[in-house]
Write a protein that binds this ligand. Structure first.
Ligand code: NOJ
Length: 743
């Protein structure tokens, strides 16, 4: 009976939208809405109760949905649940469907490497694909909207959320932002395998002082525009449907109430047509910031600044009506926000079929999709970064022979399953059965006649050394010991800032004890951020950075260790030598007293007790083969500012003994500017595959747009003058050319 009523309601709606374009439809609907219904569209609730409509401490949400007072929900998933709630929403006077959002950050049923790890692949096509698979799986479970990608530039590895973004570089960050938005939104909203993406956190969240989560940000507007905003602009240009506010203030104004970034930049200058959702409670948090007096004031400041939807603070729900009747908020502000939201509902196709994301068949099909797992395995392989592979007893340990007689696999992560997800994965009850542990990955590929010994050695983060003896014993019986160490998967992510980035607990002591056996050691490092592991770097011959690789972690790691895949990952963020060196990033300014080399301390910009370079540079990563990059050629010594093009070519030779991939990176330096310019900036990269012995010419095309920057008046300009160009396989590239940008 209820269904029949709903079916009629829909068909009326579909009929009423027939022949209308999106704008007309939305305007028409808006004209029928009461103020209460409008405000309802701006209200987003967490799905913290059963879909059957339990009374929650703050009232009956089912009733509120039925009355049209809720526009969206987060954290509800499964077609069963979303259908039930959608049915309730459709009983509202105007039958406006709900949008369901969720943090689908690096996969859904199939998890992929944590976002920072995945960026180490520098493989934009694969990054796009993984986002698309995440979207397909999430959409099949009733989700319309992911709160991803996080596009915050992060130069401070103390900040736990570095794991969620694309690292320290603005150019790479823009490319990845585009790829992820395209992946999530697929062929466009309206397709049932596309979800709305959400570029977050707008803005500068990654620049929190001291790397402490939710902390303040104080920076020049020039820096904001040049370094932190471009990935958001790239996401907007790629058609991102939504943005999310950040928790921080920027120069004293909380981002949620920041008119400059929301109205002036995003909605006016960039022409963004989607909507902005607050972060969880961030409208109400403006009271704690000391920027709003109370909820009334917070709602006023957020809506005026341009925040459209209130996630969980209830300030819009409770105060917007009063603000309108007090004449504080023009109805035009409310209408604008509502229209933006309704437009996305329309584009998602929810008005023509609110249940289009509620298909049990599709949900089942995506529950354990083998093809998706294959791709996760491939991306996992490509995300791994080989940091060190020096000879031990005259020979590098990797790739490891599958016939190695006895291997000791030691460490607290070896048999872990769920941990391989990393932070921000969606938990399913069967996770521990579906995730390939590192132990199983190695075991499955090791020759039948070989032996794989296991010893946990220690826990992740305590002082217990009682497992050391067993680990040492296992190492002594083996030809090689693989140690899997790192930080806990839940030590990075939201609210997971760390002041100490070393291996927690007694892990380093375990490593030293195993190394003392004299056996060759291969160290795997599991982490959501750059860790500091100087003793290991200086003493262990082979180090592999594995991040957190997701569902197929064990298989990806085994593929790399045994050489089925020759590693090609490159660091998307600099690795510091000590916490005191943070922030350390490759595109710094030269200063008036630059250090000439790593040990230069004589009245230069340096620490007297530390080498000047990072431990591992941005863009760095090894392969089992070697590549020689040479013969740098520029098509001209000049690049014309009006419509000019400059081709930069290099010859890349695979000069080692294995086929493999290399990421060829191009950096430029603007030698003199009206404001000082970074010592180098990434402006292009290409990932190429070369058979051993093969040579390929790689061509980059530079245009004046690549050389633009913000001057002190915030004008985005080109400036004539001299530039250097560097090409190589990391930010330390030495091969150098020179050209002039001419008027
Ligand atoms: C807070 C986080 O900062 C944000 O990234 C996330 O999307 C929301 N919570 C919703 O879970």
């Amino acid at each position: 009976m209820k269904r029949n009523f709903l079916t009629i309601a829909f068909s009326l709606l579909v009929v009423s939208s027939f022949g209308q374009n999106a704008q007309e439809f939305v305007n028409d609907l808006l004209s029928k809405m009461t103020l209460d219904e409008k405000i309802g569209q701006l209200n987003q609730y967490n799905g913290d109760w059963e879909a059957t409509g339990k009374i929650t401490p703050e009232g009956d949400k089912e009733k509120q949905i039925k009355e049209g007072h809720v526009g969206s929900m987060l954290n509800v998933m499964g077609v069963d649940k979303t259908r039930k709630l959608e049915e309730i929403a459709l009983q509202s006077r105007l039958h406006i469907p709900l949008i369901f959002g969720k943090d689908v950050i690096h996969g859904f049923r199939t998890t992929f490497p944590i976002p920072l790890g995945e960026v180490a692949s520098w493989d934009l096509a694969l990054i796009e694909k993984s986002a698309h698979i995440a979207a397909t799986e999430a959409a099949a479970y009733g989700i319309h909207w992911t709160f991803a990608p996080m596009v915050d530039i992060a130069r401070d590895p103390r900040w736990g959320r570095v794991m969620e973004g694309a690292g320290e570089d603005t150019y790479l960050g823009c490319m990845v932002a585009k790829a992820r938005v395209k992946g999530f939104q697929g062929e466009g909203l309206g397709h049932v395998d596309a979800v709305m993406a959400c570029a977050k956190h707008f803005a500068a969240y990654g620049a929190a002082v001291g790397g402490r989560d939710y902390n303040s940000v104080d920076m020049s507007l020039r820096q904001l525009n040049e370094t932190y905003l471009p990935p958001f602009k790239a996401a907007v240009d790629a058609g991102v449907a939504t943005l999310m506010n950040s928790f921080n203030d920027i120069n004293g104004i909380p981002a949620t109430g920041n008119r400059y970034i929301l109205r002036e930049k995003l909605k006016t200058e960039w022409g963004f047509k989607g909507f902005v959702v607050s972060d969880w409670g961030s409208i109400g948090e403006m009271i704690s910031h000391g920027y709003a007096k109370d909820g009334y004031d917070a709602a006023l400041k957020a809506i005026t600044a341009g925040s459209d939807m209130d996630m969980e603070s209830r300030c819009y729900r409770d105060y917007l009506k009063q603000l309108v009747s007090d004449g504080k908020v023009p109805i035009a502000f409310i209408d604008e926000a509502v229209k933006r939201i309704l437009l996305k509902k329309y584009e998602l196709g929810l008005f023509s079929d609110p249940y289009r994301f509620c298909n049990e068949g599709r949900e089942k099909q995506q529950t354990n999709n083998q093809e998706n797992r294959m791709l996760a395995r491939e991306i996992g392989e490509k995300s791994i970064v080989l940091l060190k592979n020096e000879p031990f007893n005259g020979k590098p340990q990797l790739p490891l022979s599958k016939q190695t007689k006895t291997i000791a696999f030691i460490g607290p992560f070896v048999k872990a399953t769920v941990a391989n997800h990393g932070f921000w994965a969606i938990a399913f009850p069967d996770d521990s059965l579906r995730i390939i542990s590192q132990f199983d990955g190695i075991k499955n590929q090791l020759d039948k006649n070989s032996t794989l010994l296991y010893a946990k050695g220690c826990n992740i983060n305590d002082n217990d050394q009682s497992g050391f003896a067993e680990a040492i014993d296992a190492a002594k019986q083996s030809d090689v010991a693989i140690l899997s160490l790192g930080e806990g998967y839940d030590m990075s992510g939201e609210a997971k800032s760390r002041s100490n980035l070393q291996f927690p607990g007694v892990q380093e002591a375990l490593l030293k004890a195993v190394c003392a056996t004299g056996k060759p050691v291969i160290l795997l490092i599991n982490a959501g951020r750059p860790l500091i592991f100087n003793w290991a770097s200086d003493n262990v011959p082979t180090i592999v950075y594995t991040w957190w690789l997701g569902t197929e972690a064990g298989n990806s790691i085994a593929d790399v260790l045994f050489g089925n895949y020759n590693p090609s990952g490159k660091l998307p963020i600099s690795f510091p030598r000590s916490e005191g060196q943070i922030p350390v990033y490759y595109n710094y300014y030269n200063t008036g007293r630059p250090a000439k080399n790593d040990d230069d301390k004589f009245y230069v910009s340096a620490y007297i007790d530390l080498q000047n370079s990072p431990k591992y540079a941005f863009g760095y990563g090894l392969s089992y083969t070697s590549f020689h990059i040479g013969n740098l050629q520029l098509s001209s010594g000049k690049l014309a500012m009006k419509g000019g093009k400059l081709n930069v070519t290099v010859d890349v030779k695979n000069s080692g003994n294995y086929d493999g991939e290399e990421v060829v990176q191009l950096y430029v330096r603007d030698l003199v500017g009206c404001v000082v310019r970074p010592v180098r900036e990434l402006k292009g990269f290409q990932k190429i595959f070369l058979k051993k012995g093969e040579t390929q010419t790689v061509n980059f095309c530079l245009t004046p747009d690549d050389l633009k920057f913000y001057d002190n008046d915030l004008q985005y300009i080109n400036e004539a003058g001299d530039y250097e160009v560097f090409v190589g396989n990391s930010s330390l590239a030495e091969l150098k050319g020179h050209f002039e940008l001419t008027e």
